[in-house]
Write a protein that binds this ligand. Structure first.
Ligand SMILES: [Zn+2]
Length: 264
């Protein structure tokens, strides 16, 4: 019995040594630096949350001018989805992504400045199971609009706790990527603009750290609605990106994350 145990421990020990050697071999091999299609070292994901009128009115034409593809994290419960369904469908034909942002946009009402959260959309009163169902249903709704089987997610209000429990680990299987929460933090930086000038938006891109591979810009209103930037500031950012395509690669978030996953 003692001999058998000893053999077992020796076996474990030798396996551990072999595993360590493999790690060392991987670490020593020179890895090529990651680049985006065309050789750019930094990508920019333009995304627009909450399904707002100003996005259809002002953003879609601005993107079309430069042939940029972006991501729209729509909320099926928004009246703007029902009222302008044909236009949302058309964004998909234009090559834009419709992303999951939940059905009802639940947020934690207990946090500061959350007076606007109705009691029946209070994430503090949700269960994880309820939210998993809601996000699954939102995927089904989006599939009915665009027929796509893969989806990305942007967390409503950035709230990561449901009834005090972390929930992203329970929903990761539903999504190709979750904005700002991937394992590789070089793809995670997020900016939520509100009121910036074009120059200030451009500076965010220019000042990204050399480690950063993707800057996620999450807009809400553009030239209207809430958490807005002006159409002028937005247009200046897009013109800057269009004039520097060699340095900054622009595509929808799902396309960027699928490219990164294939390359790594
Ligand atoms: Zn939102």
């Amino acid at each position: 019995m003692i001999k058998a145990l000893l053999f077992f421990w020796l076996l474990l020990l030798s396996t551990a040594v072999v595993a360590d050697a493999n790690v060392a071999a991987v670490e020593e091999s020179p890895s090529e630096p990651f680049t985006w299609p065309g050789g750019a070292q930094l990508a920019v994901s333009l995304s627009y949350d909450d399904a707002l009128n100003s996005q259809l009115d002002n953003v879609i034409p601005a993107l079309k001018k430069h042939n940029f593809k972006a991501s729209f994290y729509i909320v099926p419960n928004s009246p703007v989805i029902n009222a302008r369904m044909a236009e949302w469908r058309a964004t998909v034909k234009d090559g834009h992504e419709l992303g999951n942002h939940s059905m009802y946009h639940p947020c934690r009402a207990s946090l500061p400045n959350r007076e606007w959260v109705p009691a029946h959309h209070d994430l503090d009163s949700y269960s994880v199971g309820q939210l998993v169902e809601e996000l699954t249903l939102a995927n089904t709704f989006l599939k009915a609009i665009d027929g796509k089987l893969e989806r990305t997610y942007t967390v409503p209000c950035g709230d990561l706790l449901v009834d005090g429990q972390e929930y992203l680990s329970e929903i990761s299987h539903l999504f190709t990527a979750i904005k700002g929460h991937g394992a590789d933090k070089r793809f995670s930086p997020i900016i939520y603009p509100e009121g910036e000038t074009g120059e200030e938006l451009i500076d965010y891109i220019r000042n990204a750290s050399s480690e950063t591979l993707l800057v996620n810009i999450v807009f809400h209103g553009v030239g209207g609605d809430y958490l807005s930037v002006s159409s002028k500031a937005h247009a200046e950012l897009l013109a800057f990106l269009a004039n520097n395509r060699d340095s900054f690669y622009v595509d929808s978030y799902i396309n960027l994350m699928k490219y990164a996953a294939n390359k790594q």
